[in-house]
Write a protein that binds this ligand. Structure first.
Ligand code: BDR
Ligand code: CA
Length: 309
């Protein structure tokens, strides 16, 4: 399966990229960086650091939009640290950043590859994807599916009481993506807050005894400090790798085909994913909204894959 990962690394983005690179079922056509957890310069740098950690300096990494469509950029250094990848000590990347803009790469790739063969995997704010769809509407029917991490319904918000970070940062972009008519799978907080890195799961990463295993353990150690204090749970949610988990093993996940719309007008609930879970409107379904996952199954798959790197 051919995919493009659009990302704002972010420790959990990094783990998702590693999981994809470790999986023979997946052909990663490129990584597109977007501003989100930290500014674009750092996310484009971090994406390359992660490729080099995986021994894949051949992956094409593109920088995209450096700010949301209409809003001032909100970042999350309070979760991910100043660099976005705080925790492990990782060298600066030596592989090049591609010259082309991420949006041009997205459009050109979707026009070049046979229709219905490329899946987009956004792990950050949806700015790059929305700009590509707005600039080149002909790509929408060519996208096999968009599988994204973002939003929340029962678990509500992690950046405001009602909004999840990725959707909150660029709600107008999310609105464009959710209305694009492209098959959509959404991994919201309702799913990712069940993918908790407990001490035992983190020990399993470290026990791989490889640089990748050790680095992933150090990354999750870092952002755990924030999440444990905030949620008081058994471990930090490992959000973004659930996207790759769903691609590889959808049977580990449960959700519903429902209508999801994005709140863009209210300051109070900006970026809320208004999910018609109970089917109380006649608005047509536009997304498979995942509400639950088999956490043990997901973590054994993830750990087994990381062990291949
Ligand atoms: C999302 O926000 C980011 O901080 C994480 O990388 C993840 O994509 C979770 O709300
Ligand atoms: Ca992310």
């Amino acid at each position: 399966m051919k995919i493009i990962i659009d990302t704002d690394p972010g420790q959990d983005d990094a783990v998702a990229i590693l999981m994809a690179l470790a999986s023979p079922e997946i052909e990663l056509l490129g990584l597109t960086a977007v501003a989100g957890n930290v500014p674009l310069e750092l996310t484009a740098r971090n994406a390359r650091i992660v490729c080099e950690l995986a021994g894949r300096p051949d992956i094409a990494v593109f920088a995209g939009c450096d700010r949301p469509l209409m809003r001032t950029l909100v970042t999350a250094e309070h979760v991910h640290g100043r660099t976005g990848l705080d925790g492990p000590d990782l060298p600066d990347p030596t592989m090049p950043l591609q010259e082309a803009h991420a949006v041009d790469f997205l459009i050109e790739t979707l026009r070049r590859e046979p229709a219905g063969t490329v899946t987009l995997c956004p792990l950050g704010p949806l700015t790059n994807i929305a700009v590509a769809l707005a600039r080149a509407p002909d790509i929408a029917p060519r996208i096999a599916r968009i599988v994204l991490m973002g939003g929340a319904y029962f678990e509500v918000g992690n950046i405001t009481p009602t909004a999840e970070f990725n959707i909150y940062v660029d709600p107008e972009a999310a609105d464009i993506v959710f209305r694009a008519g492209v098959p959509l799978t959404v991994l919201p907080l309702d799913a990712t807050h069940k993918a908790l890195v407990t001490t035992a799961r983190n020990d399993a990463f470290r026990a791989l005894g490889t640089p990748v295993g050790r680095t992933v353990a150090e990354m999750t150690d870092f952002f755990e400090r924030f999440d444990l204090a905030k949620y008081g749970s058994d471990g930090a949610p490992l959000h973004d790798p659930t996207v790759i988990g769903w691609l590889l093993a959808p049977e580990l996940f449960r959700g519903r085909e429902i209508n999801v719309e994005i709140e863009t007008r209210s300051d109070l609930t900006r970026g809320m994913t208004v999910a018609d879970w109970w089917g109380v409107t006649d608005r047509p379904a536009n997304a498979l909204f995942i509400g639950d996952l088999d956490a043990d199954g997901f973590f054994s798959l993830l750990t087994e894959r990381l062990g291949r790197l």
